[in-house]
Ligand binder design. Sequence first.
Ligand code: CTP
Ligand code: CA
Length: 222
Amino acid sequence: LLAGPDGRPLTGRTAVVTAGPTFEPIDPVRGLTNRSSGKQGYAVAAALAELGAEVTLISGPVALEAPVGVTRVWVEAATEMKAAVEAALPADIAVMSAAVADWRVDGVASGKIKKKPGGPPSLALIENPDILAGVSAPGPRRPKLVVGFAAETSDLEANARAKLSRKGCDWIIGNDVSDEVFGSDGNAVTLFTRDGAEPWPRQSKTDVARKIAQRIADHFKA
Ligand code: CTP
Ligand code: CA
């Protein structure tokens, strides 16, 4: 199989992509979130669609237009993101680029928490489900190719490799976020597979995304 009927290599393939941060409520007016512009994940969704894939983009709160030809599903909390991803399966390809908040507040207040003379409230946190690990788990609904991201401020290789084995995904795109990533249009990443590591030179997030999409197309061609 070299290409779909229209000559694009991913025509006939389905993909689910997560992007942006999640937002975990504290009360009706406050929340916890992660830093993420969503640009890299949106660019991956666009690049996969350009190659012909039918893409569902599960997006946390970001200020971006949906790429042409992509179906966007808005979510806020990680638990909603997980449910939306599961609803979008089965799919051939999963790319989990979202910056999922690792914790949510246990016992979200139904009304606004007011300041009190006794001092600030303490928040009890519970761990969110790992969406990527869930999608990567063996089974009939597992996508043929599952790609995760790893945002690290140090020890990129060791941390990315540990995530590859702990989460059970096929590839990890390792991202050094110690400078010039958040909100920026450029990105320097390393592709970690089970066989090796391939550093890519700093380039635009659009070009990083096109390279990821092309690699995915090559994988399905092989
Ligand atoms: N991820 C996920 N669900 C979570 C946490 C992370 O799907 N609850 C995914 C991210 O979308 C990303 C990958 O897992 O593709 C790695 O996320 P990262 O935050 O780097 O890894 P963690 O396992 O959360 O480890 P830590 O934050 O402690 O480095
Ligand atoms: Ca995390």
